[in-house]
Write a protein that binds this ligand. Structure first.
Ligand SMILES: Nc1ncnc2c1ncn2[C@@H]1O[C@H](COP(=O)(O)OP(=O)(O)OP(=O)(O)O)[C@@H](O)[C@H]1O
Length: 701
């Protein structure tokens, strides 16, 4: 590798026919050198002894492929098809020309600073097969301290994760897994896999990838894994930020008034009504409702329009009239096709095609005549779609009973229509500045998608994303799924989620079946389940499973059996004093990144202030703008989602804070209690939550 880098860096060798070619050659060579030099310290992490057609050879697997043109050494990259053999449990594969290859040995090589430190056989034909080595390597890795960035797991990817990551490209996939099963990690690795040339027509370009995560703190934390996976320029953001930026309404405030009502209003009737309305707004059928609404409106507008124009063709002036029935036919055709580029662009194209054909324009004059007609056609399209802006049009549909009934007839049942027309949130205040609610955002986005298409906008050009990853998919509306499917290349959507962690049931799907239906049916969408969890010690995983079982009886969580400290339970005293004691214990045990997780942002602010009097310096993270930089932090559970820490202290771990009668609260408690890698403490002012009481002091719920 060093020799190759030397060759690339030698400007004298990279000489072309002229100066410009020489400079380009030298620059490209330098880029190659820079890319490879990162891997010199650890050129590979695994080896495979394989046998094909009676010949044995050893393949080295690394983070970057390398081929020595002058010698026998080569490294295959982990994302390559051959790389998969290192991770899977398969013992044979189909090699070239219909030959069958056999795996003789898989070996993990711990290489650092150009030195081989350890070698562990994972599988060895001669030693009886499976050696149990994969588990040892994994447990060693999991026992390491946490970092302030999501890490890649290229070296220790497990067989089932490898399978999920390599789900056929171009086919939507849902990866279901409990907290800590590596879903988010796998989602990012899947992007690296998609960017590899072995993916052929499905190969993705990193700058054409989009990852949507539930909050900005997590998005920044996770995005730090990208350089290590050799992915530059991937957009990682939240669905709300992405939608606002796409719609060009970044200045608008995003509210979640349904959540405010659910958290603060104890009236069961209103809670139910708010929940149902949230669900109805995100129903996948709303796409058809929006479609019909826009169709009705544009067809009515075109009724009053006609085109009366003329153009010079072959030196003579030719007149043309398109009356409103003809315009109506052209528009109807566009509306029926529902093209991905949007009604507006498609209608414009249809008008142009029609006029050019009616004027009998020869090919060589098309550009010239199009230019003559441009202004008039644009004007006509403008009038057809006059006054249709996504936010206002979406709201009009939802508030004008006549419009909604006309559009929803035959699509939605009467009950759903009534739910949509109700206003259970009337008592929840609205901000003074212009705003849009998360529950209405999918409908607004649907208007935009149908009118003007959805995807990655670069200047005035709209292209589909090469692939979209949606993290925490259990919290997003089926309608959003429909829209994301339109924003990416066909089938290029990966959904990561955990049905046990849904904290926004009023937005999310009831189950993955609903997502499959929204994306085209069970046959088109694979659901893969990751059965093991990796993040936490046995003690922490067991506690999490106990909480999850209360609202999801099918939740079975098998953790990697990694022994850790007992869960610490501290109750009956001041929260700050008890929390300080828990943090002190964790610091003394050598942990560095510790989170105190509270129920609400205000609790976090207060606790951080109180902890100062207990000699603890804990940084509050209470808004999405905050950055997580490690150390001791205090944060509310909604911002802790997806993050992980060496030690986690659940502050306010009692029934008063997380109401056991409300499944939503138990889900939040699960999220809070599943953030620690090595240590977990539960702190309550009074008695601990019934689900969290230790076995020694059982409390009857
Ligand atoms: N194969 C693996 N080897 C080593 N570590 C792994 C592996 N798989 C997962 N992990 C580790 O497990 C932890 C959890 O991973 P990740 O955050 O991706 O899980 P998740 O399923 O998205 O969790 P959550 O639902 O809580 O967001 C991380 O520390 C990750 O590095």
């Amino acid at each position: 590798m060093l020799r190759q880098i030397g060759v690339w860096e030698d400007r004298g060798r990279n000489v072309g026919a002229d100066l410009e070619t020489s400079l380009t050659l030298a620059d490209t060579a330098e880029e190659h050198a820079a890319m490879l030099s990162v891997h010199v310290h650890q050129p590979y992490f695994g080896s495979l002894r394989v046998r094909v057609a009676g010949r044995e050879q050893t393949l080295y697997v690394g983070k970057h492929a390398f081929r020595d043109l002058k010698g026998p050494h080569s490294v295959v990259s982990w994302e390559a098809d051959v790389g998969s053999l290192f991770y899977s449990d398969a013992l044979t594969w189909e090699a070239r020309r219909g030959l069958t290859g056999t795996i003789r040995r898989r070996r993990q090589l711990d290489v650092a600073d150009r030195t081989l430190h350890r070698l562990t056989d994972l599988y060895d034909d001669e030693a009886g097969g499976d050696t149990g080595g994969r588990e040892q390597v994994l447990v060693r890795r999991l026992s390491e301290a946490s970092t302030t960035a999501m890490r890649d797991v290229v070296e220790t990817l497990q067989p089932e994760q490898n399978g999920a990551m390599r789900s056929p490209a171009g086919q939507p996939v849902v990866i279901q897994g409990a907290a800590g099963s590596g879903k988010t990690t796998i989602g990012f690795h899947r992007l690296a896999w998609l960017a590899h040339p072995d993916r052929g027509v499905h190969q993705a370009s990193p700058t054409n990838l989009l990852v949507l995560m539930p909050n900005a703190v997590l998005a920044r934390y996770a995005a730090r894994v990208l350089p290590g996976l050799n992915l530059q320029g991937v957009a990682v953001t939240t669905p709300e930020a992405w939608a606002l930026s796409f719609l060009g309404i970044e200045k608008m405030e995003v509210t979640d008034r349904t959540l405010s009502l659910l958290l603060n209003d104890h009236d069961t009737g209103r809670r139910k009504a708010a929940w149902r309305r949230g669900k109805a707004l995100g129903d996948a059928r709303m796409l058809a409702v929006v479609q019909r609404h826009l169709a009705g409106k544009t067809l009515a507008q075109v009724e009053r329009l006609s085109l009366n124009t003329a153009a010079v063709v072959r030196g003579e002036r030719r007149a043309l009239v398109l009356d409103s029935p003809r315009l109506r036919d052209l528009l109807s055709d566009v509306l029926t096709r529902s093209p991905l580029e949007g009604y507006r662009a498609a209608f414009r194209a249809a008008l142009e095609e029609e006029t050019l054909s009616r004027l009998r324009v020869p090919d060589e004059e098309i550009t010239l005549v199009s230019r003559q007609l441009a202004q008039e056609l644009t004007g006509l399209v403008g009038k057809t779609f006059a006054g249709m802006l996504p936010v206002s049009e979406g709201r009009r549909l939802l508030t004008d009973e006549g419009a909604l009934r006309a559009a929803a007839e035959g699509v939605l049942d009467e009950r759903t229509i009534r739910i949509l027309l109700s206003d259970p949130l009337a008592g929840i205040s609205r901000p003074r500045r212009s705003h849009v609610d998360v529950t209405e955002l999918p409908v607004v986005l649907a208007v935009a998608a149908l009118l003007d298409g959805l995807g990655r906008r670069e200047g005035r050009v709209l292209t589909p994303y090469d692939h979209i990853v949606l993290d925490e998919g259990q919290d997003y509306a089926p309608l959003l799924y429909r829209l994301l499917a339109r924003a990416a290349r066909p089938g290029h959507l990966t959904v990561l989620g955990d049905s046990s962690q849904g904290v926004a049931g009023f937005k999310g799907p009831a189950n993955w079946g609903e997502v499959q239906a929204a994306l085209g049916g069970v046959d088109r969408v694979t659901v893969r389940t990751l059965s093991r969890t990796y993040r936490s010690t046995r003690q922490i995983t067991e506690l999490g499973a106990r909480i999850a079982r209360t609202y999801n009886p099918d939740a079975s969580v098998i953790g990697v059996d990694r022994e850790g400290a007992e869960v610490e339970r501290l109750s009956g005293g001041s929260l700050a004093v008890l929390s300080a004691r828990a943090v002190g214990g964790m610091l003394a045990a050598g942990h560095r990144n510790i989170a105190l997780v509270t129920r609400r942002a205000a609790d976090a602010e207060r606790l951080a202030a109180d902890l100062q009097f207990e000699d603890v310096d804990a940084r509050p993270i209470t808004t999405e703008q905050a950055r997580y930089e490690g150390g001791v932090v205090v944060l509310p559970v909604n911002l802790a989602k997806g993050l992980e820490f060496d030690g986690c202290v659940v502050v306010g771990a009692d029934a008063g804070t997380y109401d056991p009668a409300v499944p939503f609260e138990s889900r939040l408690l699960y999220v809070a209690a599943s953030r620690g890698l090595h240590a977990l403490a539960l702190v309550a002012q009074g008695t601990l939550h019934p689900l969290l009481a230790g076995d020694a002091d059982p409390v009857t719920p």
